[in-house]
Write a protein that binds this ligand. Structure first.
Ligand code: AMP
Ligand code: ZN
Length: 112
């Protein structure tokens, strides 16, 4: 189920444009609007879960599906030499969009 005022649900409904790099029936990957690396992708499920800690059985299946699609998508988008996968969970991590998303950062040597 999608949520009315969620920015990523709005992207999924086509109400907000996005620079899509991959899509299938379960997930969408698009470029982050404020990239923190040369390549900065966001991978989301086509269902609304606010937090990793909220994920029920269905959410867990989707997170796993997305996670293991990432290597192929990253390789095809300039991250053949490696990339970082990040999930910001909650206030201390600075989560700003409350639709679970997986950051994929790469395209350059990343500082740790
Ligand atoms: P987080 O801090 O993990 O919640 O990250 C949310 C990310 O979403 C940030 O890196 C934002 O730059 C990105 N973002 C917010 N709105 C959009 C948008 N409309 N299109 C693409 N990326 C977005
Ligand atoms: Zn949403």
């Amino acid at each position: 189920m999608l949520v009315e005022d969620c920015v990523f649900c709005r992207i999924l409904r086509g109400e907000i444009p996005s620079d899509k790099v991959y899509e299938d029936d379960k997930m969408l990957v698009f470029r982050d609007i404020e990239p923190k690396a040369k390549v900065h992708l966001l991978a989301i499920a086509k269902e609304h879960f606010a937090f990793l800690s909220d994920a029920d059985e269905r959410g867990r299946e989707l997170v796993s599906y997305i996670l293991f699609k990432i290597p192929e998508i990253a390789r095809k988008n300039g991250c053949a030499d490696g990339y970082r996968v990040v999930i910001n969970q909650g206030a201390d991590a600075g989560q700003t969009v409350f639709h679970l998303h997986i950051h994929v950062l790469g395209g350059e040597k990343l500082p740790w």
